[in-house]
Design a protein around this ligand. Structure first.
Ligand SMILES: [Zn+2]
Length: 180
């Protein structure tokens, strides 16, 4: 599905799927996580009153700009921008064409680092953001499938906070199959 911006006129592009506002506690927690990730990677976070279409990251200056966290999608957008910088993956090539495979990787990074499991509405919003990024050639069906697969594999919420700590330990070996 390709969504043209013309058909979206009059809709709130920043919240197409009616995401509920974050409660203040959650908003603070997610804000802290964005700051934490930024500090960990030596980046400066500028949280501003913008929509996701204006979110951006600069490679040479090490800062990124993301929307004020009102919904989980705003949070995921901030993580997506950090992902671009951490993975060193630009949004556009030298001719200004969108590098959709880089977009997939930055979204995957965001989803993996996120302390929340994105709701279905947030996943839908990510797919729309991905497909309406730039007005030239859209993503290939393979790229769409890769992002869909990443979104389908978002893990379970409560255990996600522990993932970082366990990264250093080797994965558990599967038990030997019973003989015979
Ligand atoms: Zn991007």
């Amino acid at each position: 599905m390709v969504v043209s911006l013309a058909t979206l006129e009059g809709l709130d592009l920043n919240n197409l799927f009616g995401l509920s506002p974050l409660d203040p506690g959650q908003q603070g927690e997610l804000h802290d996580h964005v700051e934490e990730l930024a500090a960990k990677h030596g980046l400066t976070c500028r949280e501003e009153a913008i929509g996701w279409l204006d979110a951006e990251a600069t490679f040479d200056e090490g800062w990124f700009c993301s929307p004020i966290l009102r919904t989980e999608f705003d949070y995921l957008t901030a993580l997506h921008e950090i992902g671009h910088l951490v993975l060193d993956l630009d949004t556009e090539d030298a001719d200004g064409a969108i590098l959709h495979s880089n977009e997939v990787e930055a979204w995957k990074w965001a989803i993996e680092e996120a302390r929340i499991t994105p709701s279905e509405a947030a996943r839908d919003q990510i797919m729309v953001a991905f497909q309406t990024h730039g007005d030239d050639v859209g993503p290939t069906s393979e790229e769409l499938d890769r992002l869909r697969a990443a979104l389908a594999d978002t893990g379970a919420g409560p255990t996600r906070l522990d993932r970082e700590k366990s990264e250093d330990t080797p994965p558990e070996q599967p038990e030997d199959p019973p003989a015979g």
